[in-house]
Design a protein around this ligand. Structure first.
Ligand code: EPS
Length: 397
């Protein structure tokens, strides 16, 4: 069965739900990883006070028993602790005026001032909604908490075939990390000591300053995150059909994360201005096929090529500013100031963690297509057989 998932829920509703289908029976999810990844997504310098309200954890509602998946869809919920502060304002069923009255006015008021850069305007027009809040509640990146939980389960699956996925921050506003050459899974351990999620300590400190400056100016910042996946064998994805191309799936998944606006695979943008002889990663054979460079970012012909997968994703600055942008009211059409709500100055580290999760899902989906397996041991055995057939091994030369 193909791997797929769907999420449901709003930022201040009872919680964000995910239902994942196609994970093999017998997989034993790592409870600590699930908690750790949800916690990592909440961390990072520049987040709003909302994160001091939430302590994300995923409650498994179906598909698992005694620590093992049992073959049915896995349903989980990440509850929103902030929900209780909203009461009737977030009720699924109709509420009376009296019920609304006990909620702070700012939360019950219909929002009629769409924020530039957000889903607000097109959302109310498209769905014929009376209140921008109906749009922003679902457009909110709070939804990514469930995607991170799904990603953690996918990492558990990928673990079984030696694939690991690591995200980090390479730019915040005008501050860029130094260029890195080859990195390995062990290089990402230092991120526990960083505030913004940058491998380089000096750049991480400069990013903190950059965020402080934007916060002082009541502004927001975007940046660039990078994800590297190690241990992918050649041949995940396929050139045979456009919907199977893994680079396209990864790019689509990356841009499905709220506020992501650009994707680069390997040295994609720089490669566009180089000659072919300076771009393509030459092959040699040494007990298996090897390359000394990885400008392709581990993806050729819509498939993994056996080198680490490298993906960079550009995030725009968040559109909820404490210094409101100009807009026009939906009811009077008069000039107005956009909604000012609690906002993150930047959520760039969260973006790195979410990017890890969505790329882990795409790799797990492609691995599931390649190796099949209703039961985890079938999946693992198919992978083992494949590696015994091809001249490739995950170890560096
Ligand atoms: C978000 C707005 C903020 C963020 C939220 C995403 O929410 P609030 O309006 O409640 O402060 O904090 O992110 C999260 C709650 C989260 O857990 O990531 C938005 O508009 O996208």
């Amino acid at each position: 069965m193909a791997l797929s998932f769907v999420t449901s829920g709003q930022s201040h509703g009872p919680g964000i739900v995910a239902v994942v289908s196609g994970l093999p029976a017998g997989l034993e999810p790592d409870r600590e990883r699930l908690r750790r990844d949800l916690g990592r997504r909440q961390a990072g310098y520049g987040r709003s006070p909302r994160q001091s309200i939430e302590t994300d954890d995923a409650e498994i509602l179906g598909g698992m028993r005694h620590g093992r998946l049992i073959g049915g869809p896995v349903a989980l919920i990440v509850r929103n602790r902030d929900h209780e502060n909203w009461g009737a304002a977030q009720s699924a069923w109709p509420v009376t005026e009296e019920e609304l009255a006990d909620i702070a006015a700012r939360r019950t008021r219909t929002v009629v001032v769409p924020r530039p850069g957000h889903a607000d305007l097109a959302g109310v027009l498209k769905y014929d909604l009376p209140d921008v809040r109906d749009v922003l509640e679902r457009a909110s990146a709070r939804e990514t908490s469930a995607r991170v939980a799904v990603g953690a389960l996918c990492k558990d699956l990928l673990d079984r075939i030696g694939i690991s996925v690591h995200g980090h921050v390479v730019r915040v506003g005008s501050v860029a990390a130094p260029a890195y050459g080859d990195l390995g899974p062990a290089d990402f351990g230092v991120l526990d000591e960083r505030q913004v999620g940058c491998l380089d300590a000096a750049a991480d400190a400069a990013m903190v300053e950059e965020i402080e400056g934007a916060k002082r100016d009541r502004d927001t910042l975007g940046g660039i995150v990078e994800v590297r996946a190690f241990g992918c064998p050649p041949g995940l994805g396929s050139y045979a059909s456009e919907e199977l191309r893994l680079d396209a799936r990864i790019a689509g998944a990356a841009l499905s994360i709220q506020a992501m606006k650009g994707v680069e695979i390997g040295e994609g943008w720089d490669n566009a201005s180089r000659r072919g002889s300076a771009v393509h990663d030459e092959l040699r054979y040494e007990g298996g096929y090897r390359r000394d460079t990885n400008r392709a970012g581990g993806l050729e012909g819509g498939m993994t090529n056996g080198e680490p997968v490298i993906v960079r994703i550009a995030m725009k600055p968040l559109p909820t500013l404490m210094k409101p942008l100009r807009t026009a009211s939906l009811d009077t059409h008069e000039p107005a100031e956009a909604l000012v709500e609690r906002s993150d100055t930047t959520a760039i580290w969260a973006a790195a963690v979410v990017a890890e999760a969505v790329i882990a899902f795409e790799l797990a989906r492609a691995a599931k297509e390649k190796f099949g397996g209703d039961a985890i041991e079938d999946f693992v055995a198919a992978h083992r057989h494949y590696l015994s057939r091809i001249p490739w091994s995950p170890e560096a030369p």
